[in-house]
Ligand binder design. Structure first.
Ligand code: AMP
Length: 283
């Protein structure tokens, strides 16, 4: 595995790796890797010849009162995990490399960035779209792998790929969970034992709605109400919403389109998100 920190070196390595028509798979991350990230790496290895992972804690997607400086980091451990997983290129630039002095151009996503997390994290998806499009231009992958865990992010990036005519195939990988249902997240490490227990209300609420859906319930209000019974036990619930999986607009009445049940809550000072799809998976 090559660990690379500059765009110049990255381009050189990618050009070399691509020779002979090899397909490049790309997994962008913010590091502090867990099995969720590694599932994306595995998916990339199944579908491409060369896997590139990036680790970059992107400052432009954090709000002024969010956890940018406290975001967990352990580069030596991440590097070893990538090496062991058979990653070909690990791109780990610093903030100056991605945002050199004078940087002043952003990618502004539209309607899909407004609801759900967008309404609680103004500017977040603008930062995501900007950094992902920069990374796409640097890596020039054939395929890019994202986790369903960040459902709205997948929707925003997929729209951006279409709108900006990027020649990249987007692949969404299902959420990897701890044995008790908690969605894996780098932020889980902030949770105390007691918070970790309380955090289970999120996945429990989502799964309760899935069970009802599987038993035949199709009414959006009913399904949402079932999830709320669990989620509203959290004192700092931000939202739980059932939305059309493609438009992210609230689902109403009997579900006749794929829908996503999405939630975000603070448990202690840690913000957690999760979602489930109520339909066949959406790509
Ligand atoms: P992050 O490092 O949190 O920005 O995540 C990098 C990528 O890993 C994103 O595409 C996430 O959606 C994905 N990811 C994070 N957690 C999980 C998980 N539990 N299961 C699957 N993918 C995940």
């Amino acid at each position: 595995m090559q660990t690379i920190t500059t765009v110049v070196e990255l381009r050189r390595a990618i050009n070399k790796a691509r020779s002979g028509g090899k397909r490049i798979g790309f997994v962008p991350t913010m590091g502090y890797l867990h099995d969720g990230h590694l599932a994306l790496v595995r998916a990339s290895q199944m579908q491409s010849d060369i896997t590139v992972v990036s680790i970059f804690v992107n400052p432009t997607q954090f709000g002024p009162n969010e956890d940018l400086s406290a975001y967990p980091r352990d580069f030596p451990r991440d590097e070893k995990l990538c090496q062991d997983a058979g990653v070909a290129i690990l791109f780990a630039p610093d903030a100056q490399e991605i945002y050199p002095p004078g940087f002043n151009t952003f990618v502004e996503p539209g309607e899909l960035a407004k609801p759900l997390c967008g309404s609680f994290r103004p500017g977040h998806f603008r930062g995501v779209a900007t950094v992902v499009s920069k990374l796409f231009n640097m890596v020039q992958p054939d395929l890019a792998f994202f986790g369903q865990k960040d459902f709205q992010q997948c929707a925003v990036v997929r729209r951006m790929v279409i709108d900006l005519n990027l020649p990249i195939e987007m692949v969404t990988v299902p959420t990897i969970r701890e044995i008790d249902g908690l969605a894996m997240s780098s932020r889980n490490r902030y949770l105390s034992e007691e918070e970790r227990r309380r955090a289970l209300a999120i996945s429990r609420g989502l799964f309760a709605a899935v069970a009802k859906f599987q038993a035949g319930e199709r009414d959006a209000q009913e399904l949402l109400a079932i999830a709320k019974q669990h989620l509203e036990t959290l004192d700092r619930l931000q939202y739980v919403e059932l939305v059309d999986a493609n438009t992210l607009k609230p689902a109403e009445g009997p579900l006749c389109h794929p829908a996503a049940l999405c939630a975000a809550a603070h448990v202690g000072s840690t913000r957690l998100i999760d979602n489930v799809l109520l339909a066949a998976s959406v790509r």
